[in-house]
Ligand binder design. Structure first.
Ligand code: ADP
Ligand code: MG
Length: 324
């Protein structure tokens, strides 16, 4: 059985100016122990989707569709169950979360907190577990007594990962976990995440604008544009042989992991991603697409088979499959 199942999930923010369709009809599954990468430029709906998975969205967000975690409908969970799930079954490492550490509390106490709050350990057991967790993320045991300002950015991100691991979750959602770090440190933290999920059989959803980072860590890749998944498949294939013109642009923009020159907006791709409140007609990517046809301005293509285990939402992919 899949650990996580998303069935036609949409998220709409209701603001004074109207409705913001941030995520549109996303269906994905994640098997136990698998790692899924979610790529896309800023504004494509990645964080909104991540927050929807654990019902962390603000009250003005409406979620349609169905999200099953271990077969259990997230929307139907009572508050107490949801709280337990957020630590013990799935935890999130946010972008820049390292700045969210409490500056006046020691690292060890902050890592121990979820264990104590959820009654998973007594104080003595929690201390031992903190030492073990620090070791797992490559920090010496004495760091438990440090305050956040005594650590580097990379070390703080390691602490965030230790906190995410504390209650032995089955799933970790990492939202741009290394984007705020410099390149060398970024590579070290990625290696750490990769090793930890493999060693402990944890499932991973990793979010990044950098396709090369995701291809390095994940088995499967989903590329999002304007709230939709436009391509999905095995990560090596999506990265080295992308089918959707947007996935092609992303793959070309981030050729190697952590390349400092390509960390900004995708090169060679003109314009900006659309405002969700003013989505283009037809395929949302058509105004920026180098291979758009006249019909792309009026017809939005569904995800279409693009080879074994692969799908892509592009008229060219459909034409090719039709011909074969
Ligand atoms: P990403 O993580 O891919 O950068 P987000 O999920 O943060 O994308 O945002 C997707 C879209 O939803 C953006 O257009 C953003 O402006 C909008 N958005 C995000 N949060 C809110 C909110 N709380 N209220 C209204 N719109 C929002
Ligand atoms: Mg984001």
């Amino acid at each position: 059985m899949s650990l996580l199942e998303l069935d036609d999930v949409s998220v709409t923010y209701r603001i004074a100016a109207g409705e913001v369709p941030a995520v549109r009809g996303v269906s994905l599954t994640l098997d136990s122990g698998a790692a899924l990468g979610v790529a896309g430029e800023s504004g494509s709906g990645k964080s909104t989707l991540a927050m929807a998975l654990l019902r962390l969205l603000p009250g003005d967000a409406r979620v349609d569709g169905r999200i099953l975690l271990g077969g259990e409908d997230i929307a139907a969970m009572k508050w107490g169950r949801l709280r337990a799930v957020r630590w013990a079954e799935a935890s999130i490492v946010f972008q820049g979360a390292q700045h969210g550490l409490n500056p006046v509390r020691r690292i060890g106490d902050q890592i121990a907190e979820p264990l104590l709050v959820h009654g998973l350990a007594k104080p003595e057991g929690a201390r031992k577990r903190v030492t073990e967790l620090l070791e797992q993320v490559g920090l010496p045991a004495w760091r438990a007594r440090s305050y956040p300002h005594e650590l580097s950015g990379g070390q703080r991100q390691r602490v965030m990962i230790a906190m995410a691991l504390a209650c032995s979750p089955r799933l970790i959602i990492a939202d741009e976990p290394t984007t705020a770090l410099d390149v060398m440190v970024q590579a070290q933290v990625l290696t750490l995440i990769k090793e930890l999920v493999a060693e402990h059989g944890i499932s991973l959803i990793m979010i990044s604008h950098d396709l090369s980072v995701l291809a390095d860590v994940c088995d499967q890749l989903a590329v999002m544009y304007a709230g939709r998944v436009v391509e999905h498949g095995p990560s090596a294939q999506v990265f080295h042989d992308p089918r959707h013109p947007y996935a092609k642009a992303l793959a070309a923009a981030f050729p190697t992991v952590g390349d400092p020159a390509s960390r900004m907006a995708p090169k060679g791709l003109g314009g900006d991603p659309p405002d969700p409140m003013q989505l283009p007609t037809g395929c949302a990517f058509h105004p920026r697409c180098p291979v758009a046809l006249p019909e792309c301005a009026s017809t939005d293509v569904e995800l279409w088979p693009a080879g074994p285990g692969r799908v892509a939402a592009c008229v060219h992919v459909r034409a090719k499959e039709d011909a074969s």
